[in-house]
Design a protein around this ligand. Structure first.
Ligand code: NAD
Length: 512
């Protein structure tokens, strides 16, 4: 059956342009291939998607079944055959146009991101900026893809070509919906691949906007597609024989499944998984910066950030001053309507997730932690926010390394503070985890800063700051936080393959 396509971009509709907290209802299909939004074949499995700040239904997420996944992958493959034959500079031109459109519509995209995800508008604007910067960055690299020339005896030689993989699948988490779609698609497209992207079922809206923007910018129809759905749809994608690679962002348990499924087709995977990262603050730190760093390491996006430094190790001598300042500033964080410019913390993604985070705090208390501030459900005074999933940001003292709140990823605004005495001790304790996404150190001692960074088992180490992720800088995990990288030049290697061509300039010397 030929699918009916909706070609009017969501961002151009009046309902999106006039959206505000508690008013937006997104109607119509949210999957995209072949150059438009596609009506679902079967709406029986539709699931409501909620606006975290109000608890209202924002839209329905209709999962794609096998026939729809098939159509999306086939569309992607046809587009790949065209796109991969363009010169890198031609691909760059289209990508730069996509980046330009995103920049132009940044405030509208950010607003929808806030309504779907719950994070503050100030942060969402940064997310959208990072997305277009990422597309610009990889557009810049598209024309530089090249191989090596290797001289061989007798004038013979070999050369290598960096070639695309084909149809790549991106599977995203709900905490940075638009940005994750950009971080995966930009290097994939720059290398000449096509992509089928599956957003989280909780945040289905803005990835479709990215698909519409790529289409407007002039990519071949089918180059960037969005299929909606959860585990079932994701597993159809991972098993599809025409899919060449899977790039996944999400939790460790799902990451293991993605790897298992991809292994059946010997598909390379990139896994961007969870973390429980350490932030180490030495007594010689500039205290105000260390406190600011600890807040940035814990409270961005309501604490729903994979690389957050949630185990804050503070050298014993400065613990009282550190706690006093960190608690004062945490109490002052304005929680509320995420679309207001003054808000610094919005709503958590869902009611069950809020309850899970509060559950970690109750358990921490039972295990002996002391709540210095926050950790309670929060009902803003604005009546339209009564059904929202808000809580007050929390600082836990009296923590020990064996407590659940110190060992497990909470993925909420909960900072666990732990005292330490020596550098050797803190490095051992910081590394005593199965995760290895990020780490941070605050000190004025240059030699110590680099020594500690060298000894921390983490994919990213921040010195005297935290949670800075410019697109030029590779990002990814050690240990069970995953492998492969996003951002930076190195990511080209994860979306391309190397062909060696050997050229004989003389006669064949045969042994037979
Ligand atoms: P999740 O693992 O529950 O889901 C992630 C995605 O995988 C979703 O799109 C989901 O629908 C899909 N999925 C679930 N089961 C699947 C299956 N069997 N086959 C294929 N796809 C499947 O994670 P989440 O709750 O959406 O996100 C939170 C987690 O993501 C946290 O652990 C966080 O640390 C991690 N995360 C990591 C990074 C990073 O870059 N390292 C970034 C953001 C989030």
């Amino acid at each position: 059956m030929a699918a009916q396509l909706l070609r009017t971009p969501l961002l151009s509709t009046a309902v999106i342009r006039s959206a505000s907290t508690g008013t937006l209802e997104v109607k119509g299909p949210l999957s995209f291939w072949g150059g438009g939004r596609v009506n679902p074949l079967d709406t029986k499995k539709a699931e409501p998607v909620y606006e975290p700040a109000t608890g209202r239904v924002l839209c329905d997420m209709v999962p794609c079944g096998p026939d729809e996944v098939e159509q999306a992958v086939k569309n992607a493959h046809a587009a790949y055959l065209k796109w991969s034959k363009l010169a890198g500079m031609e691909r760059a031109r289209v990508m730069l146009e996509a980046a330009r459109i995103i920049r132009e519509q940044r405030d509208e995209i950010a607003k929808v991101e806030v309504i779907n995800n719950g994070k503050s508008i100030t942060e969402a604007r940064v997310d959208i900026d990072v997305a277009w910067q990422c597309i610009e960055y990889y557009a810049g690299l598209a024309g530089t893809l090249s191989g090596q020339h290797i001289q061989l005896p007798g004038g013979s030689f070999a050369y290598t070509r960096r070639e695309p993989l084909g149809v790549c699948v991106g599977i995203g988490a709900w905490n940075y919906p638009f940005q994750i779609a950009a971080w995966k698609s930009a290097p994939a497209l720059a290398c000449g691949n096509a992509m089928v992207f599956k957003p989280s079922p909780m945040t289905p809206v803005t990835a479709v906007m990215l698909a519409e923007i790529y289409a407007q910018a002039g990519v071949p129809e089918g180059l960037f597609n969005v299929v909606q759905g959860g585990a079932e749809t994701g597993s159809l994608l991972c098993h599809h024989p025409m899919v060449a690679k899977v790039s996944f962002t999400g939790s460790v348990p799902t990451g293991k499944k993605i790897m298992e499924m991809s292994a059946k087709g010997v598909k390379p995977v990139t896994l961007e998984l969870g973390g429980k990262s350490p932030l180490i603050i030495f007594k010689d730190s500039e205290l105000e910066n260390a406190v600011k760093g600890a807040l940035m390491a814990n409270f961005l996006s309501q604490g729903e950030v994979c690389c957050n430094g949630t185990r804050v190790f503070v050298q014993r001598e400065i613990m009282p001053q550190f706690l006093e300042e960190v608690v004062k500033r945490t109490k002052a964080i304005p929680v509320g309507d995420p679309l207001l410019d003054g808000t610094r913390m919005g709503a958590l993604i869902s009611r069950p997730h809020l309850e899970r985070v509060l559950g970690f705090i109750s358990e921490a208390k039972k295990q002996g932690a002391k709540v210095l501030c926050g950790g309670e459900p929060f009902v803003p005074s604005d009546s339209k926010l009564k059904g929202g999933y808000f809580m007050t940001p929390c600082v836990l003292d009296n923590c020990r390394d064996d407590m659940t709140c110190v060992k497990e990823e909470i993925f909420g605004p909960v900072m666990s503070v732990l005292p330490f005495d020596t550098e050797e001790e803190v490095i051992e304790r910081a590394n005593n985890t199965t995760f290895g996404l990020a780490a941070g150190v605050f000190t004025r001692d240059v030699a110590r800063a680099h020594r500690v960074a060298e000894n921390l088992q983490a994919g990213t180490c921040f010195i005297n700051n935290y949670n800075i992720s410019p697109v030029e800088v590779p990002f990814g995990g050690y240990k069970m936080s995953g492998f492969g990288r996003e951002n930076g030049q190195v990511t080209i290697e994860y979306y391309s393959q190397l062909k060696t061509v050997v050229v004989e300039m003389g006669d064949v010397e045969s042994l037979f």
